[in-house]
Design a protein around this ligand. Sequence first.
Ligand code: FEO
Length: 170
Amino acid sequence: MMDGKMQDALNGQLNAELYSAYLYLSMESYFESKDLSGFANWMRVQAQEELAHAMKFYDYIIQRGGKITLSQVNGPPADWESPLVVFKHVYEHEQNVTSLINQLVNLAIALSDHATNNFLQWFVAEQVEEEESANAVLQKIKIMGEAPGGIFMLDSELAKRVFTPPVQTK
Ligand code: FEO
């Protein structure tokens, strides 16, 4: 049985992952409105990943005999100035998620909850990839965004991203 503080914090992260999915779906619709379907595809895949992250927390809380608390998911922004500003937002958002995961690890360690610490290590590794992939696109926009047609070349590249479900834990 989990400590109540750990359970509450994991439910909080379940909400944060659902918010991330909302955020990326909103960004997808922004790109669709700009006819950048490759960028929109990248965001759709990102939203699918976030839903998978949320379900990992959901399943783990239940697996430990905990109680799921689904709280209100805040509405994300709906508009951005440019693709560059969107990806600056994505990169900052993922850095913030990394800090949330680190706080969860700190709590698990403080409570000597080794099982939860072990569970969270998947997310520690995942956040390295999340930051890297967001920053990779951000840097490409900075370089290619200046060149004529550069943003459309990048759009074709981002159209190729496909969702790969993470390995199921149950
Ligand atoms: Fe669930 Fe993008 O981290």
